[in-house]
Design a protein around this ligand. Sequence first.
Ligand code: NDP
Length: 460
Amino acid sequence: MKTLEELQETQTQHVNDYVNNLLETVESRNPNELEFQQAVKEVLDSLVPVLVKNPTYIQKGVLERIIEPERMITFRVPWVDDNGKVQVNRGFRVQFNSAIGPYKGGIRFHPSVNASIVKFLGFEQIFKNSLTGQPIGGGKGGSDFDPKGKSDMEIMRFCQSFMTELSKYIGPDTDVPAGDIGVGAREIGYMFGQYKKIKGAYEAGVLTGKGIGYGGSLGRKEATGYGTVYFVEEMLKDKGHSFDQSTVVVSGSGNVSIYAMEKAMQLGAKVVACSDSSGYIYDPNGINLDTVKQLKEVDNKRIHEYVKEHPGASFEIGCSGIWSVPCDIALPCATQNELDKEDADILVSNGVKAVGEGANMPSSQEAIDIFLEKDVLFAPAKAANAGGVAVSALEMAQNSARIAWTVEEVDEKLQEIMKNIYRKSLDQSEAYGVPGNFVVGANIAGFVRVADAMIEQGVI
Ligand code: NDP
């Protein structure tokens, strides 16, 4: 007769085989979509313990359904540039999962956008949105349009054309997009205007990240960056550390990065480096955030301009070099796969204590493995950067109720949500025997809520 341990081992082996089969299906159904395959693998591998304990999820075909988008929309986006020439881009919207609410997730404008990028982001969004505790499903969208170097009128014409098509598929109770890389308040404004014109109705809740004067939420702009720092601060606190007096490196200099730097500084940290896609700046005296904001939020300039105003600082070409700057806390806040195995090795050898992902999937799987192996506190994107979409859900709530909360009210709710995400992820990591592994904890906590809802709603 087999012992209990032997039975459990056999069961785990069965589940591993089942997961590996599913991953093979994902690879053959989505060939060349490497980012999507990477995101699915990371989630499914970490769900093995929950599947062993709850075989219902397998029996009810939850995983086969959750890895397949409910709907994937691809469309032509024609627009006319300032020289009168017709340009054509490709638009995407993936409506991945609506088990717990309308599809919700940002829109990205960047030349690298393709079906794989949109699907990886949409898949991650399912679990992230679930973790927030808010009633929002998973979606994502974008275009391979490059906003760099375009005039304001070109941006407007592109946004209008993009929304002319997208408007057929979204709505306050259907699918609610927001910003992401290359899409900020200006682009959201142009898209909202076009949606309103097409619908002939003021459906404020159709987009989030709107301007404050027409239905946006105070605190939304800051939410992702602040939320990431709130999550990491909780993690540090449990180990007797904090941002106070710490040296911090933050990649990127966009929306997430700027407000992660701001909150880290407010908590007493010294931020010494940040970047854009051309390279990074290092300022041993601590980055002057007013200069970065002026360059990036107002003047639309490159980050190397920083050193003109701060001669003590230096600029290095290339992005990944930023991880060689010694720091206690690293916050990758730029883009996917920006921190690889070599970067992780350097960070560890320089004594990094914590890594918090402000961007989506910025660390490669090998890099994550190194952090976990070397006991570096690691906050995965799904949990750490969920503050942005959480406040987007608060924006939807304010729009529905036709009220506006103060910035203090929103920030208080954001802090509460981030603490809850931290607690849920920690609890699940402990329940499944890997205490402090927030990758496993966050994936399981996010999955269970969606999976249970899918089972209750039948096979659809
Ligand atoms: P922004 O467009 O505001 O900023 C992106 C920043 O990253 C810019 O500084 C950009 O530099 C830099 N960057 C882009 N591509 C690269 C690259 N290949 N190498 C190095 N740097 C690069 O975007 P966000 O701040 O909104 O988004 C950043 C990340 O956070 C993304 O992964 C996004 O999905 C994620 N995120 C965003 C949320 C939000 O609320 N905005 C919510 C949750 C996650 P450059 O200007 O030169 O292109």
